[in-house]
Design a protein around this ligand. Structure first.
Ligand code: BGC
Length: 413
């Protein structure tokens, strides 16, 4: 080995894999608010997508071939509870099949109980704004964990509460399309999707935003207790998107970074910190106030800064809990940047680990190309490319690079 090279070894049992979410890959999920919005022309049609619902065995063969030992996926609330309080045993059996398929391949499952899409009956009642939302959510979570508990140990209640509330109640780009404004100025930048949704901006939606964030905290806390009742040994987490805010040392920029971190991360996490066994971190974005550096951009138009995950891990480390990176990835159709993105990110994660942050795993987003919400299927985050006409799966070269890291359980720099 060259003297300048160093090996960054990860602990035994470190989880390596990729993540997906039901609405983004399964296909034909018609009983939810997103499907209704698509029928109304407010968001792109999803349709068959990668047809993961029927092809999960094939997809898990690929994950296995790529060396993954863990896999994060979500179960679809509208499939499992199609009507208020009515649970569909056939759909539950489907997810038991999915879990068995993972077990057979020695891939540890991480289930997300709710990843953005609401069953129609619940969205018609007012969704997260309904006063009973926390109770209804806890009932659903307990039912799922009771039914799947013998096949899975790890459960995340909610995926990215703040991102959800921001898109739904501040930007108005996701159902129920409520947009906020302050003194007549609309919140959020125009990305072309808000016109399609026909949302009308109002100051009151700022209050709706706070109400929803608060309900999502209560929903998590109630669900935590409900899950523990049916499966005391379940490992329960929330998946938090952390936008890593940094500064150039100037007092004003320090203050801005702190305020934004409080608003986007601590505000929610402080409400749920007593009811967590672990934290899932989703990392995509980094902002350094006073930064003069320029960055390459992902296909989403986001700065490419994989090392920023270090800051996000440090932000969450104040809760003194194990952390699993539940999502981190890049939209890069050409696959030009992905391998480097992964290498730099894994090295940054190792640095946090060396400094005592209890990182337990890394799930790349995403195993395969998928439906990127209001932006449709154009953005390609996948380790595996999907041809939506033929459903052919093609492994991208960067996936093989990730496999090398996984096989060594280390990164060679
Ligand atoms: C979400 C995913 C999404 C990804 C990329 C995360 O915020 O959990 O559903 O596809 O970011 O935008």
């Amino acid at each position: 080995m060259d003297k300048t090279e160093s090996v960054k070894q990860f602990p035994d049992g470190f989880f390596w894999g990729a993540a997906t979410a039901s609405y983004q890959v399964e296909g034909y999920n018609e009983n939810c608010d997103w499907a209704l919005a698509a029928r109304q022309g407010k968001v792109p049609q999803a349709g068959r997508l990668a047809d993961h619902y029927h092809r999960f065995e094939e997809d898990f063969d690929i994950a296995k071939e790529l060396g993954h030992n863990a896999h994060r996926f979500s179960v679809e609330w509208g499939r499992i509870e199609p009507r208020d309080g009515v649970f569909d045993e056939v759909e539950i059996e489907h997810y038991r099949e999915v879990l068995r398929a993972l077990k057979k391949r020695k891939i540890t499952p991480f289930i997300t109980l709710w990843h953005f899409t609401l069953p129609l009956w619940l969205s018609e009642k007012g969704g997260c704004e309904h006063k009973d939302f926390p109770k209804l959510f806890a009932r659903y979570c307990a039912k799922v964990v009771e039914a799947l508990g013998d096949l899975c140990e790890y459960y995340s209640t909610i995926n990215e509460p703040n991102v959800y509330a921001t898109h739904c109640y501040l930007y108005g780009t996701w159902p129920p399309f409520k947009r906020a404004s302050i003194f007549g100025i609309k919140v959020g930048k125009e990305d072309g999707t808000s016109e399609r949704t026909g949302s009308r901006a109002s100051f009151w939606n700022i209050l709706a935003y706070y109400r929803v964030v608060d309900r999502l905290a209560r929903a998590h806390n109630l669900a935590y207790d409900a899950i523990k009742e049916v499966k005391p040994d379940a490992n329960v987490s929330v998946v938090k998107h952390v936008h890593a805010f940094d500064h150039n040392g100037k007092v004003f920029n320090k203050l801005r970074a702190w305020v934004m971190t409080c608003f986007q991360t601590y505000f929610y996490m402080d409400k749920v910190r007593q009811k967590l066994d672990m934290i899932g971190l989703n990392y995509y974005r980094h902002t350094k106030y006073g930064d003069t550096q320029s960055y390459l951009l992902t296909d989403m138009g986001w700065n490419i800064n994989p090392a920023g995950i270090y800051g996000a891990l440090k932000i969450l480390s104040r809760y003194k809990l194990p952390i699993v990176v539940a999502e981190a990835g890049i939209a890069d159709r050409s696959d030009r940047f992905r391998a480097d993105y992964i290498r730099i990110q894994v090295a940054a994660m190792h640095k946090a680990l060396e400094e005592g942050v209890d990182v337990r795993g890394h799930m790349y987003w995403s195993l395969m190309d998928n439906y990127e919400w209001a932006l449709g299927t154009e953005k390609c985050f996948g380790l595996v490319e999907i041809d939506y006409q033929t459903l052919k799966r093609t492994i991208r070269p960067s996936a093989h690079y990730y496999k090398k890291i996984i096989q060594k359980n280390a990164i060679l720099e």
